[in-house]
Write a protein that binds this ligand. Sequence first.
Ligand SMILES: [Zn+2]
Length: 112
Amino acid sequence: MKISKKQKAREEALEKINDLFKQAKSNPEKANLYVKKARKIGMKVNLPMPKEYKRKFCKHCYNYFQDKNYRVRTRNKMVVYYCLNCKKYMKFKMIIKNNLKKKSLLKLKPKS
Ligand SMILES: [Zn+2]
């Protein structure tokens, strides 16, 4: 068994991406730059953006979502992000976390 160079490069890239998004969070003024960098690093090694970051920036203009530069709406079980920078939309499927809600609705008996 040998770890391929590709795999290693990807792991390193992921670490860098994590780091860049941390910096973006704590450095709002340069956030967009960090997003662009992270994206570049990912593309170099063919690494898709980690799920947790996909919704943190605009895929059209790499605008890092913060404060009032984006809007979130839900429609037909989709979450729609509207980027105020480039005026484009991004749609994501709504993540429904297990069946907690349904279960709590079934338990309508009052606690005694
Ligand atoms: Zn945008």
